[in-house]
Design a protein around this ligand. Sequence first.
Ligand SMILES: [Mg+2]
Length: 232
Amino acid sequence: MNQRLLLFDIDGTLLDTGGAGGSALLDAAEEVLEVKRENLPPLDLAGATDGAVIRKLFADAGRSYEESKVEAYCFSYLGHLRRRLHHEDSPGKLLPGVVSLLAQLAMDDRFAIGLLTGNLRQGAKLKLERFEIAHYFQEGGFGEDGEHRNLLGPVAVTRMEAATSYKFRPDQVIVIGDTPKDIACAHAMGARCVAVATGKFERAALQAYQAWALLDDLSEVEQVKELLFRQD
Ligand SMILES: [Mg+2]
């Protein structure tokens, strides 16, 4: 059977939290690391994992990276994220075509739909639930699974194989993401990448990283579906 495993990134690919994610990370830094946000360097979130971002925040705040403190940080972050996702100051939005694409893919049993995201599992859940698309995703790789994005791909595939009882060859796996790190992560596991220019990187900037396909956004649902079954 002609199966495809689709592994979606979240931020910049499916949705834009309107700054809620980054703000919540800084809220938690102020609360748990006792550092003022204006004294921290700007966050570099594109394609990063929460684990790597959190480790850097600890270092920038001059705090030692201890497990209990990291746990407290994550608890604080998730609380602020939940609050901010539902606050009018950060309305956020789904990106073009996402809902109709997911709805169409879900009706086609040749597709298995999972996540490959640097978000903590719970953070991913909060973001996807906020925009009512959480139910489309069976399993995935998350921020807890490694600080380098390339480590998350094989975890996502293994979990999706367990969830679907299907063994995917690398050429059946397609990563859909918005940053050079998503493209690199796909290359690292021999998978293909559909890059979308709906995040921080414009089409011209993504071009250099040689994604298998490059789209302005996911709004041409039929074309995207066709593309996902292309063999080359
Ligand atoms: Mg992204």
